[in-house]
Design a binder for this molecule. Structure first.
Ligand code: ZN
Length: 123
């Protein structure tokens, strides 16, 4: 459940040469309708990640991508002067891409013009 939801954004991280969080099997949400785990950074800071069990795969992938993106920006890029991951190809200095569901797929979109840049997990 979580593996298939998180897998695509982890491929994006690997392509970008960024370090992935360490995922710990910790069902902190404790809810029947949400699958959850913890993401731990090298500095010992943790963030929770949760996706809705009943949601379609594309929704879970986009939701997980959004939460992993937040972790990456805070844990990996904060202080590096780079906070836009994944960078928007049209506006690389302005904003990162935003995960969304378009049609039946999870995609990275430009938050300014709503254009679809690429599917989550594909280079
Ligand atoms: Zn943009």
């Amino acid at each position: 459940m979580l593996g298939e939801s998180i897998g695509p954004v982890l491929r994006d991280l690997a392509h970008a040469g960024l370090v992935a969080p360490r995922f710990a099997d910790d069902d902190w949400a404790g809810a029947d309708d949400r699958a959850s785990c913890m993401m731990w950074g090298a500095d010992g800071s943790g963030s929770g990640l949760a996706v809705a069990r009943g949601a379609a795969l594309a929704e879970r992938v986009a939701d997980a991508a959004d939460q992993v993106q937040e972790w990456v920006i805070e844990d990996q890029l904060w202080g590096s002067g780079r906070t836009n991951w994944p960078p928007c190809p049209s506006h690389p200095d302005n904003h990162p891409l935003q995960a969304a569901v378009v049609g039946a797929g999870a995609v990275w979109t430009c938050p300014a013009d709503r254009s679809v840049v690429r599917p989550v997990g594909e280079p």
